[in-house]
Design a binder for this molecule. Sequence first.
Ligand SMILES: *Cc1c(COP(=O)(O)O)cnc(C)c1O
Length: 395
Amino acid sequence: MATTSLPVYLDYAAATPVDERVIKEMISCLSLEGTFANSAARDHVYGWQAADKVETARGQVAELVGASPLEITFTSGATESSNLAILGLARALKEQGDPRRHLITSLIEHKAVLECCRYLESHGYRVTWLTPLPDGSISPEQVAAALEEDTFLVSVAEANSVVGTISDVRAIARVCKARGVYFHTDMAQSAGYTGQVLKDSAIALASLTPEKLCGPKGVGALYISRALKVPVAPLILGGGQERGLRSGTVATHQVAGMGKAFEIMLKEGKSDYARLNALRDKLKQGLSALGGVKVNGSEEHHLPGVLSVTFEGVEGRTLLPSLRGVAASTGSACSSASLTPSYVLKALGLSDADAFASVRLSLGRFTTEEEVDKVLDIFKKTLPGLRQAFSATGD
Ligand SMILES: *Cc1c(COP(=O)(O)O)cnc(C)c1O
């Protein structure tokens, strides 16, 4: 447990602590007494047991999002899933002689999606990069207007990880399907909070990971719709595991951990949602009461635990370092290593200065009300000094 000297952890959108129940499940897959064997080993009971574990997990993952187990392929994470979805589809269609070379995505996708699209762009494909609406959502109308004769793929995340806005991906998928276009969605942040999104949907491909749901890193899954007969060529060749789509010995402990994390979300996601939403509200109201605070994203359709705020009248780059008692993020985890403002906030129309003066506070399963109170107190004590320092610079 966190000691009093450690900052309050409010960066659940970047990584979550693993639930003890998940850890227990993972440990049970490692030792000789446990389910350690190769799940592809058909000649002994150890292998059969490992295969059972993997199939149980596949069922748990499928159930949370409304898929069939046959539609779930295990990977090393949402990043690999998005690579397999976008590059694997492009390659399979090309091999079939499909002439289409246009795809659509948005400027605020996770880097895994952006870089796959950029790669295709540098290899003879054309990409339309949609600017999100001011609330951070992508609308079906925007997608419909961008579709072209040779569009084969649209990729839009269900929830944005920086501002937490949720887009209506089922509606976007319907628009795509009506035009014979495949739709991929990154559900890394939203799985478990948005219900059985894939059930009877027109969504062709979806990237999943347990790492934002108190499950382990280093494992994920790609949903591939059976009804839509989505062609996907593997990117990793070898022993032909995962029905040839993803070679490599299946990491039983990782996969079982993912299954357990998804099972817990199925049971507890609703109550988690309500509790987190209430804590987020408290945080939002407390910060708003300080004045000069703007909330980014949608107040209508958002993740329960993500709050992005911009502080007026502070030098952004000093903001988080001054708030030593709070572990949060100034952008997505991937862009915060460099000193460029969050590309997501920029795409939402924020100036460089405002983007720098923004913080994403993200809450999760183990966040307590006391922690939220503590964080509010820290902001209350620190903000006036930062504002004074900023105005003293004569800006
Ligand atoms: C965390 C995250 C990813 C990356 O997932 P990995 O499992 O680490 O590859 C992708 N997309 C979104 C929206 C995320 O939040």
